[in-house]
Ligand binder design. Structure first.
Ligand code: PAF
Length: 286
């Protein structure tokens, strides 16, 4: 594993791999790595001769200064985890000025994908994601890029950005990694107390149970049941639950409207509170 801080250093490494016509995998992250990231990195190591893991807490995608300030950061621990995975890996951990020598004024707009759910609640968030991800794509020019399905909407927005900006390499979506309790792994879980963690496990439990209700209940009924059940648990407050088509992210009114109905949720958990997201796939009914 090699740690590089600048685009020049990184591109020297990439030039060698390109000369040897080797495949390059990119795993964009904001650090605070956990087993979910490790699964993306391991997948990239298996698929490519060289893997670039970027670690960059991107300021342009935070619409809340406190959230940016408290975002967990531990580069040493991140490097230890990456080294333990073996493989040929370059860790790219640039300073903000390296990625944004000047303010990025580009705007990206892909309605309805970037306007619903997270897009409606976090103005500018996906614009910031597209700014940094398109920048990383241009710097690394990978053979494949890896993203976790926990951020289901983010993948749909990045796919739209890739089509718009002419990035033709492969985006590899990777399944959510969960604790034994069912809680989806997230860097934000580090902000939960033990008691809050015990409460947070109900999110995946209730989503899982809602799938069994699909056969006998409408989209609206299942949606209302998820919200009411979670809001009845002390320490949880649902921000939104939307059952959407997995490709277009358009809200469904009937199960038959989609080949891939997906329920996407954001819940506030605990004292701080910590904002947690998760999703579940329902059975296609057409
Ligand atoms: O999912 C994340 O961690 C971030 O949104 C990403 C894709 C690394 C861009 O900063």
């Amino acid at each position: 594993m090699q740690l590089v801080r600048t685009i020049t250093e990184l591109q020297a490494l990439l030039a060698d791999a390109r000369k040897a016509q080797q495949a390059i995998g990119l795993v964009p992250t904001m650090g605070a790595l956990h087993k979910g990231h490790a699964s993306l990195i391991s997948r990239s190591i298996a698929d490519n001769a060289l893997t670039v893991v970027s670690i960059f807490v991107n300021p342009t995608q935070f619409n809340d200064a406190r959230d940016l300030a408290t975002y967990p950061r531990d580069l040493d621990a991140d490097c230890r985890l990456i080294a333990s995975l073996g493989g040929r890996v370059a860790v790219f951990a640039p300073a903000v000025e390296e990625i944004y020598p000047e303010p990025d004024t580009r705007t990206f707009s892909y309605p309805p994908t970037d306007c619903v759910m997270e897009g409606a609640r976090r103005p500018g968030h996906f614009n910031g994601v597209c700014q940094v991800v398109s920048r990383l794509f241009s710097i690394v020019s990978p053979t494949r890029a890896y993203f976790g399905e926990k951020d289901f909407q983010q993948i749909a927005v990045i796919r739209a950005m890739m089509a718009d900006q002419g990035f033709t390499f492969e985006l590899v979506p990777c399944p959510i990694v969960r604790e034994a309790s069912g809680l989806a792994l997230s860097s934000r879980n580090a902000l939960l107390s033990e008691a809050e963690r015990a409460v947070a496990v109900h999110i995946s439990r209730v989503l899982g149970e809602s799938v069994a209700r699909q056969a006998t209940s409408s989209v609206e009924e299942v949606s209302a049941w998820v919200v009411e059940t979670l809001n009845a648990i002390e320490g949880l407050e649902v921000e939104y639950y939307a059952i959407v088509d997995g490709k277009t992210l358009r809200a469904l009114t009937a199960w038959g409207e989609s080949d891939d109905p997906v329920g996407c949720i954001t819940v506030y958990c605990g004292h701080r509170p910590v904002r947690l997201i998760d999703n579940v796939h329902y059975t296609p009914c057409r």
